[in-house]
Design a protein around this ligand. Structure first.
Ligand code: FES
Length: 123
């Protein structure tokens, strides 16, 4: 009997080592802009890269603790829940399932963990 081979969920996003502590990397997965973020504790997160307030890339913002701040108007988003902690944004950004395997980061953009709306695919 052969052992079942399990594939990581999602698609390859980046190498974990390419995401420094307190930084984010933008990737496009299946047409969706995704920010792979490493928080201050070194944990990785995958969230929708587009701010829920306007069309701004969150991966260009500052990471502090377990949050990322949108540079445009200062809304800060919780990386675990996707919820904005400060105005003007009031809608969450999606939090995607992330799997780490052999130093590779896989993200499943079809598995949204926080119930937020799916992001718009980019043309
Ligand atoms: S565009 Fe992000 S807070 Fe306004």
């Amino acid at each position: 009997m052969s052992a079942a081979v399990t594939e990581p969920a999602g698609v390859f996003a980046c190498r974990a080592e390419d995401v420094a502590v307190k930084s984010a990397v933008r990737v496009e997965l299946g047409g969706y802009p995704v920010a792979v973020v490493r928080d201050s504790e070194g944990n990785l997160h995958a969230i929708g890269d587009t701010c829920s307030h306007a069309e701004i890339s969150l991966s260009e913002g500052d990471v502090e603790g377990c949050t990322i701040e949108c540079w445009a108007h200062g809304s800060s988003f919780d990386l675990n829940t996707g919820e904005p902690l400060t105005l003007p944004a009031y809608e969450p950004v999606p939090v995607f399932a992330l799997t780490l395997e052999d130093g590779d980061v896989y993200v499943d953009v079809h598995q949204i963990l926080n119930g937020a709306e799916a992001p718009d695919a980019e043309a």
